[in-house]
Write a protein that binds this ligand. Structure first.
Ligand SMILES: *Cc1c(COP(=O)(O)O)cnc(C)c1O
Length: 376
């Protein structure tokens, strides 16, 4: 059996151990410390945000952001439907109601048309959301030039789920900085990793201060343990932050490598009836995953490719199954891109995520390409 090729495995830079070593030597083995502070500063500098808060996961970040924006029992929250469950599970933690918004075909991100429809409905039904969670899917920015004015018109704040899009840009600005609060993930499969972790960023100092307070069990500044509110154990450890600092140094190289991988797939598969995720002229993705769809008239199914690759010890995945199609969210409202066009469901039926690890060699990628060609 040939060496396994994963979808997007961790890729260490070699700089991580220095920071971990420092943590050991100074005995900062805790969910706070110099690496945590430095990682927050370095990431904020990189994306151009004023304040950051390092956390145990991206999901924790979305949870804190929802609570900060006042989302509570019975409230409504709009959220991109074509995403990972981490985007919307925190809506349930707050006992609120998710309302799912379809994708547009142009970027696969939230459809401005569907968002407009949802707001018109919410206004009529007296179900105005407390927040809108906009996802930057597979490393590409949503179309904020169109989405933000709609949210602003209705006076509803935006949480930007940039978990997959660290380093991507839109109109020259980095993803994660478009909402009131931006959220990143450093899970093992993301473009950089801390093994597990996340960060929220914002220019709103009060927001970060409050979320920091909740993330450390809402401890009042007293000598004894005093609690006027309930909190969470959501902080990032100083060891993980050390990994993050070493990873951040290599982020530019990772983006370059992933862009090359996408180019080689486009070249290697150009004679097949497939299309790659469109890249908007308004920005530059981080190319986290190369994703393609099989043309409608072609009878090959994504699962045929996934099974063939698996036989060659290669991991690939379908496109995210949209949240409005998930049994757990079956009773939630959903607004499609057009009356007769559910873009997310169509992308799920025809889409496949290809192995996109930044350490994948050209020979390994050739293996992937050859197997895909045999399926058609
Ligand atoms: C990974 C991911 C999350 C969750 O991040 P974790 O750090 O795994 O909690 C949320 N949203 C999206 C779009 C993701 O891809």
């Amino acid at each position: 059996m040939q060496k396994r090729i994963y979808l997007s495995p961790p890729h260490m830079s070699g700089y991580e151990m220095k920071y971990i070593q420092e943590a050991f030597e100074t005995n900062w083995i805790a969910p706070l410390g110099p690496n945590v502070d430095a990682f927050e500063h370095e990431l904020c500098n990189y994306v151009g945000s004023k304040y950051g808060l390092a956390l145990s996961s991206g999901t924790a970040g979305i949870h804190l952001a929802l609570r900060y924006l006042g989302v509570g029992p019975g409230d409504y929250v709009f959220c991109s439907s074509l995403t990972f469950a981490g985007s919307c599970n925190p809506i349930m933690y707050q006992h609120a109601n998710p309302v799912f918004i379809d994708s547009e075909p142009e970027s696969w991100n939230m459809s401005p048309e569907a968002l407009e429809k949802a707001f018109a409905w919410a206004k009529k039904e007296n179900k105005m959301p407390k927040a809108v969670i906009i996802v930057d899917l597979y490393g590409q920015s949503a179309d904020y030039e169109r989405l933000l004015p709609i949210c602003k018109h209705y006076g509803v704040p935006v949480i930007e789920d940039a978990a997959e899009a660290l380093g991507a840009t839109y109109q020259g600005k980095k993803c994660g900085t478009f909402g009131h609060i931006g959220v990143f993930s450093f899970n093992g499969n993301k473009i950089i990793t801390t093994s597990g972790g996340g960060m929220v960023v914002s220019d709103d100092e009060e927001a970060i201060k409050k979320m920091r307070f909740w993330s450390t069990q809402a401890r009042e500044p007293e000598r004894h343990y005093e609690h006027k509110e309930y909190g969470y154990n959501y902080r990032m450890s100083n060891i993980c932050a050390g990994i993050g600092r070493g990873q951040l140094i290599a982020l530019g190289d990772r983006i370059k490598a992933k862009k090359e991988i996408r180019k080689r797939y486009e070249e290697g598969l150009k004679d097949l009836p497939v299309k790659f995720m469109p890249v908007s002229v308004k920005g530059e993705p981080n190319y986290w995953l190369t994703v393609m769809t099989i043309n409608e008239e072609c009878k090959v199914n994504p699962v045929d490719i996934i099974v063939a690759l698996e036989k060659g010890n290669i991991e690939s995945r379908p496109v995210w199954k949209p949240m409005h199609m998930q049994p757990v969210f079956a009773n939630c409202y959903f607004f499609s891109h057009a009356c007769d066009e559910d873009v997310g469901t169509d992308l799920f039926a025809r889409g496949i995520c290809l192995p996109s690890g930044s350490a994948m060699t050209q020979e390994e990628q050739e293996r992937v390409i050859e197997i895909i060609k045999t399926v058609f």
